[in-house]
Design a protein around this ligand. Structure first.
Ligand SMILES: Nc1nc2c(c(=O)[nH]1)N[C@H]1C(S)=C(S)[C@@H](COP(=O)(O)O)O[C@H]1N2
Ligand SMILES: [Mo]
Length: 408
């Protein structure tokens, strides 16, 4: 049977048991996460964008490609396995570096600037920030009940070393006027149909002036891949990917809250629902508020779902943990369905915005199946939840999630 047919057949068989070899096999065939809506298994398939290795293709126009679990074997995600997320399909097929400029302007600056790539490299201190870029909707496909939108599994995220000038240094050069409450960022992509609003985002002035908010000209020591925002993108460490404007072409401080569609109608969560410290006060109302910081979370990268071990065999579980920029304090692991938890060993600390690797060794019990669960806690004491905090957009899913291994 062709893989596609196999997956479609599986798509019809809803309500597979919590763990089944069939489900593990199907997920593995397409690199898909288990637990997605049954129909998603007929949609997600491997696809290759120019400059990338195969990723899980959810939509080709606009391009929405998820990283397979193998991309997270290292704490920095390879550029050619980094996920790709776009809202609009009017993406410039290529960008001419000689012609490309960032316009720094609007009523909020004294001296408007037109900055070339060379200006950005030459005239400003270059700083490096290691940071996770995670889509607000990563794991949306695991929402219960399921919600509309791209049915992302675990891989709508990645971590890179980003390098370039600080936004605050650029604004200092342009002479930012007092009274700016937000800064508006736009990218070179646009709607294919004029009826869809252009993707434009703002950030509160406090976040913009943070010394870690930069315009990245490099990603992991190389030029940005085209589909990750070549030649330059905004980095808003700790905050979800929606603010990380790709193909950046304008920076504009404003004295009133920006009222674009992508601020007012999208990327919002019910006010007070999540325990974030930094919020976006100028965009908040009683009902909803913009999503801001990522919530603390972890991923088990090894062993794979359905992996086989012998009774008594030593197993090393490994994975990653991250949060909104406070840093990971601990990761605990349970191999007995959550009855007891023990400390995992944390790996190299690449900074408070980066993936923190962890490992945990145990002995396979059994025979039968055994579950592995990981739970990260950050330095604020925030921890992952046992039960989903449901919201209609499927954001901030940090539910503790089991990986099941088979022991014979
Ligand atoms: N120009 C532009 N920038 C964008 C977007 C977009 O659609 N267009 N999507 C944003 C969202 S929602 C996310 S999650 C990140 C994804 O970054 P990546 O595609 O490099 O993984 O880009 C952000 N920047
Ligand atoms: Mo996103």
């Amino acid at each position: 049977m062709l893989r596609r047919q196999f997956l479609e057949a599986l798509g019809g068989a809803t309500a597979l048991p919590f763990f089944s070899p069939l489900r593990a096999e199907a997920a593995e065939a397409a690199n898909l996460t288990y637990g997605l809506p049954a129909g998603a298994y007929g949609v997600g398939q491997m696809g290759t964008l120019p400059g990338k290795r195969p990723l899980i293709e959810w939509t080709a126009r606009p391009p929405n490609y998820e990283a397979p679990l193998s991309a997270f074997a290292t704490p920095f995600t390879p550029n050619d396995l980094f996920f790709v997320r776009y809202h609009l399909s009017g993406i410039p097929p290529q960008i001419d570096l000689q012609q490309w400029r960032i316009a720094v302007g609007g009523e909020g600056v004294a001296t408007p600037l037109q900055l070339s790539f060379q200006d950005l490299q030459r005239d400003y201190e270059q700083v490096e920030v290691s940071a996770v870029c995670q889509c607000s909707g990563s794991r949306r496909g695991l929402s219960e009940p399921h919600v509309p939108g791209v049915q992302w599994g675990l891989g709508a995220m990645g971590c890179a070393r980003w390098r370039g000038p600080r936004v605050k240094d650029i604004l200092a050069k342009a002479g930012i006027r007092p009274g700016a409450v937000e800064v508006v960022f736009n990218g070179a992509d646009g709607p294919a149909l004029t009826t869809t609003p252009d993707f434009v985002k703002s950030l509160p002035i406090g976040k913009v002036m943070d010394e870690n908010t930069i315009v990245a000209l490099e990603m992991n020591g190389a030029p940005l891949p085209h589909f990750n925002g070549y030649p330059a993108r905004l980095i808003a460490p700790g905050w979800t990917g929606t603010y990380w404007m790709k193909h950046l072409i304008s920076i504009e401080p404003v004295s009133k809250p920006f009222d674009g569609f992508w601020m007012k109608a999208a990327y919002r969560i019910p006010t007070g629902m999540f325990p974030t410290v930094q919020n976006f006060a100028t965009q908040q109302n009683e009902m909803t508020t913009p999503i801001t910081e990522m919530v603390v979370n972890s991923l088990i990268t090894s062993p794979a779902e359905g992996a086989r071990f012998r009774v008594g065999e030593p197993v090393t579980a490994a994975g990653l943990a991250w949060d909104g920029g406070y840093g990971i304090r601990s990761v605990v692991v349970s191999t007995d369905n959550g009855a007891s938890w023990r400390e995992a060993t944390l790996g190299e600390d690449s900074g408070r915005y980066a993936f923190r690797p962890w490992t945990y060794r145990f002995t396979a019990a059994g025979p039968g199946s055994q579950t592995i669960r990981a739970r990260a806690t950050n330095r604020l004491g925030e921890t992952q939840v046992e039960t989903l905090i449901f919201n209609g957009a499927g954001y901030h899913n940090n539910v503790v999630r089991p990986t099941t291994i088979v022991i014979a």
